[in-house]
Write a protein that binds this ligand. Sequence first.
Ligand code: SF4
Ligand code: SF4
Length: 371
Amino acid sequence: MSVKRCMRSYLSQPSFPRQKNVFVKKENTRFQGGFYLPDAYPLQFCSIIEDISSDGTPEMFQFKVPDQKVAHIIVNLCPTEPWALPNWVILKHKTPSFLNMLKEIKTNYFPGAVLSLAINEGECRTVEDAKKFASNEDWMRVFPLYAKYPQDDPVLLLKVILGIEVSFGQDTKSLGVLILDAQTVSAIYESCILRNKVDSRLIVLSGTGLKENEIVNVQLGTSIEKILKNKVKETGKYRVFINGPLRGNEITDLSQKINWSVNNIVVLEEKNRKVMFPMIKSDELILTTNLLGELRRCVYCNYCDNICPVDLEPALYYHSYTRGEKHKARLYNLEKCIECGLCSFICPSKLELLHIIKECKALDKQHEKIT
Ligand code: SF4
Ligand code: SF4
């Protein structure tokens, strides 16, 4: 179940500045829709990082060089979710050292590849350092991007940076494109170049259900229960999401262990009270789990259509679904949905649009099997 939001006037959003991109053609440098989440959920983290050890033998990070030829590497330094790991944690304000790591990885493993750095354009110092470094390296390109969610989704990254259209969930390695985040670059350097053991990863802990937002260094194989011990507020119920409340998953089994795919844990208070006049709250944006009498009918506001980053019309899926015509959703480019969750997030009627979309997609797959 995706997380719901209280109403905020979408019309009153500030307009998004155009993305500046130094190398790609103008028509590839922006997408419609999306949402600048850090404004709505500004999160501050303490710079002290706690180490959390596993009870058992920790697993090791392993990097497998792709079997396919890698023509392009995209390093994503443009996280768009407030609960994602901030760049400073890995870069430590020493961008040239990080870029030298990248250079060694490329030289050793991907000598023929072109490397594109997608950097949050708001991090001016990092952008400047990267541009200076790239000016001496003909294999490196720098793309300052506006960090509007979900710009860092592979579908949008490839479209914006390489001008390539890919399908949601498609393995980009099969197209010769390897996408890496900062933490994975650092781990590859440690394990493959320096030959050190890497058995832990940095995880961001945040949300209204926690005593504070923090970053922890967790050994792989540690349970979520152990990570959250003494960190959750003692009052009330809470819900736990892995990799964010928008495109991640809610979990109930806290014995689940951390692996390299877990970037963050978001804990939200389970609210069990009604919100007064949620439809006219224009200055408030709350990630809430409140379902008490909140669900309403579609009011044809089109907010979901306007926010969709891949130009879909989520309300059409909803209406097909409620008419009992789930299979008709496939007529409206359902397969292009990148499951970012923004339509559910923005819907003032708190409709579970992404949940419906996933259900229709599953039906579509069944249908393909039969035909
Ligand atoms: S339809 Fe899909 S891609 Fe569009 S906003 Fe909803 S979840 Fe995101
Ligand atoms: S589904 Fe929600 S956001 Fe979309 S038109 Fe209906 S009420 Fe508006």
